[in-house]
Ligand binder design. Structure first.
Ligand code: NOJ
Length: 553
């Protein structure tokens, strides 16, 4: 399908549609299963487009749906131009792209440029070719150290755990910053660049609106492979440790990004969003400079604890740093890699949710509080200038499934970390659509990861049309956001009371979030929306409200 919109008919707002768009992340494997094989698929997604329309989002981002051995949930791509049979066919993908367009939903796909699968034809070719061959030059192959080359070329560690180098039978080593089945591509290689330009064109020609770019901060590597000198266990290093880092956030990657951007500019209204876990807004803003990414997820906001000062700082810094390069923030609270925010906020601020998963000590968990705070945080996020990404299931208030038995875990993090990190399966459990059925309406048979039986009460069926449900809260918030906040970047902080974060936007719209436990006075004005019950005259603790201020209708 050719892109159908005429360039001339686009308004400037259309061209920058992404600036305040709300995009819904579809983790396809867990969204809706049409053929009953326990895994979500394109047909399932197509059947649920009306749901997404009624939710009121502007578009969807689909996690990798390509041919893959699925050692890392599809982030190990074997063929960038094909659809994995478990999800459907390329024809079905084309139909989905058309239907999304007909329903005014933008559609982004995932671009995975840092590594391929070890099943990719290029890597198989590299293994079949000798050291020094052009086939090996597309990846990072290197002799080892020591007399017999048995020591890896450097001390780099994989993000998932263990060394980042593995040895092949002829004695060379190859780099994989993630799983052993995800060899890193060499972006200094011309063929790699040309191939990705063509992959980008392939999907844009099919009509997608853009790309979420995986590990955008990893692409470039120091060709000398110097030792890091310390174990880099965490994705997020300190800002200083990134200066001259051999593989994170290297300055030369920006030129690669500018190349992709110029391909995107051949098409109208397309967008790229960077997945870059960076330790400062200053570094993040470099990805948003003119000619680079349109958007970069603000993971520093996502990582902010339930604390008004930290949240305010996160918002202010993101706004000012992105504005300094002529851009605007992209907010996110949950995704397929992090503990769901309803569970993060159910834990004390000083508990690292990812580490807590290992034993899942329930005495630390207050689930009602988590949901209350999550709903308030979502209203805060949706009231901010900029765009927002929602992760499937957050509109149902889904928590992390923290008690999955180890036998069902599929995330490579569990094995690669030597069982010291439980991994990300708990946020990837299939959606509950109905109160009953083998997989609560996800499909006709059991799902690929078990759902807690009590999710029947969180299902779409249980919440649809129910006043006060999380689903209806999101629907109302998204509708009101379109009405009140479209087209304005303005935000002004108002100091109202300790523990309360308050700001106004355009035309007298205000958002107040009470982070404390006690009730405070309500803002003066007409209540538009509240994240929780308002039993008395005041604004209760852990609650957000949207109001239309007096005299400013
Ligand atoms: C980030 C993706 O979101 C994550 O799921 C994946 O494991 C890594 N990148 C490696 O591709």
């Amino acid at each position: 399908m050719e892109r159908s919109r005429e360039a001339d008919s686009l308004t400037p707002a259309d061209r920058q549609w992404w600036r305040d768009a709300v995009i819904y992340q579809v983790y396809l494997r867990s969204f809706a299963d049409d053929n009953g094989d326990g895994t979500g698929d394109i047909a399932g997604l197509r059947s649920r487009l009306p749901y997404l329309e009624s939710l009121g989002v502007d578009g969807i981002w689909i996690n990798p749906w390509y041919e893959s051995p699925f050692n890392d949930g599809g982030y190990d791509v074997a063929d960038y131009r094909s659809i994995h049979p478990r999800f459907g066919t390329l024809e079905e993908a084309k139909s989905l792209i058309e239907e999304a367009r007909d329903n005014n939903l933008r559609l982004l796909v995932d671009l995975v440029p840092n590594h391929t699968s070890s099943e990719h034809a290029w890597f198989r070719g590299a293994l079949a070719s000798p050291p020094g061959s052009p086939e090996r030059a597309r990846y990072h192959f290197s002799p080892g150290r020591g007399e017999d080359g048995s020591i890896p070329p450097s001390d780099w560690r994989s993000v998932f755990g263990g060394p980042a180098w593995s040895r092949v039978p002829d004695g060379e080593w190859y780099l994989h910053l993630f799983d052993v089945t995800q060899p890193d591509l060499n972006w200094a290689n011309r063929e790699v660049r040309e191939e990705f330009d063509e992959i980008i064109r392939f999907w844009l020609d099919l009509g997608v609106d853009g790309f979420r770019v995986d590990v955008a901060h990893a692409l470039a590597k120091d060709p000398e492979y110097p030792d890091v000198g310390e174990e880099v266990e965490e994705l997020l290093a300190t800002p200083d440790s990134l200066d001259h880092h051999p593989f994170w956030d290297r300055p030369e990657l920006h030129e690669i990004v500018r190349g992709w951007r110029s391909v995107l500019e051949e098409y109208e209204s397309t967008v790229m969003v960077a997945e870059a876990w960076l330790p400062s807004w200053e570094r993040m803003s470099r990805y948003l400079r003119p000619g680079e990414y349109h958007q970069a997820f603000d993971f520093l906001f996502l990582q902010s604890p339930w604390d008004p000062d930290e949240m305010r700082r996160a918002v202010s810094e993101a706004l000012s740093h992105s504005a300094s390069v002529g851009s605007i923030p992209t907010w996110v609270l949950s995704n397929h890699d992090v503990v769901r925010h309803a569970t993060r906020f159910a834990l004390p601020n000083d508990v690292d949710a990812r580490e807590w998963l290992l034993d899942g000590d329930r005495s630390l968990l207050d689930e009602r509080r988590g949901l209350r705070r999550a709903r308030a945080a979502s209203l805060l996020m949706l009231a901010l200038p900029g765009s927002a990404y929602l992760y499937q299931g957050e509109e149902l208030g889904l928590p992390e499934v923290h008690d999955l038995p180890s036998e069902v875990l599929q995330d490579p993090v569990w094995e690669d970390s030597g069982h010291t990190h439980k991994g990300r399966d708990g946020c990837r459990v299939p959606l509950p659509w109905a109160r009953t059925g083998a997989s609560l309406g996800f499909g006709s048979n059991g799902p690929w990861l078990p759902q807690p039986p009590w999710w029947d009460d969180l299902s779409v069926e249980a919440q649809d049309g129910v006043d006060g449900s999380t689903l209806e809260l999101y629907r109302r918030a998204l509708g009101l956001r379109r009405h009140h906040l479209r087209g304005s970047d303005r935000l002004e902080w108002v100091d109202v009371a300790p523990g309360v974060l308050a700001f106004t936007r355009a035309n007298g719209f205000a958002c107040w979030v009470n982070f404390g436990d006690g009730t405070v006075a309500m803002p003066p004005g007409r209540l538009i929306l509240s994240s929780g019950d308002l039993p008395g005259d005041g604004l209760p603790g852990e609650t957000a409200v949207w109001v239309q201020l007096d005299h400013q209708e």
